[in-house]
Write a protein of this length. Structure first.
Length: 97
C-alpha cells in the first residue's frame, strides 16, 4: 500500500480556526479540546519522507585517483559526491552513525 504524503501545515490549516469559548458551555469547550487534540495528532505523526543520504555522506564513497566510486558490497559504480542511491549508509562521525 502506497503512503500518502501530505503537507503537515496544510493539514493543520484545514482544521480551520481554533474554536473560541464564549459561554464556557460544555459543547464549546469540547470543540476546543478536540481541535487541540487533532492539531497535536497531526504535529506528532512521523514524516513519511525518506531520509536522503548523499554520496558524500555515505560510508561506501571512495576517491580512487580522480574518480569517485561507490564501493558497496553489492556493486561498484562511478558516482559524484552529490549523487544518492538506495544503498547508502551514513558514515560514522565521532563513533556515531
Amino acid at each position: 500500500m502506497m503512503s500518502d504524503l501530505i503537507d503537515r501545515r496544510a493539514a493543520i490549516d484545514a482544521l480551520g480556526e481554533r474554536p473560541m469559548v464564549w459561554m464556557d458551555s460544555d459543547y464549546e469547550i469540547a470543540q476546543r479540546n478536540q481541535y487541540d487534540m487533532d492539531k497535536l495528532a497531526i504535529e506528532t505523526v512521523p514524516s513519511a519522507q525518506p531520509e536522503i543520504i548523499r554520496c558524500r555522506e555515505c560510508k561506501f564513497l571512495r576517491l580512487t585517483g580522480t574518480v569517485w566510486k561507490c564501493q558497496n558490497r553489492l556493486v561498484m559504480m562511478l558516482c559524484e559526491p552529490n549523487d544518492y542511491c538506495s544503498r547508502a549508509e551514513r558514515k560514522e562521525e565521532n563513533g556515531k552513525l
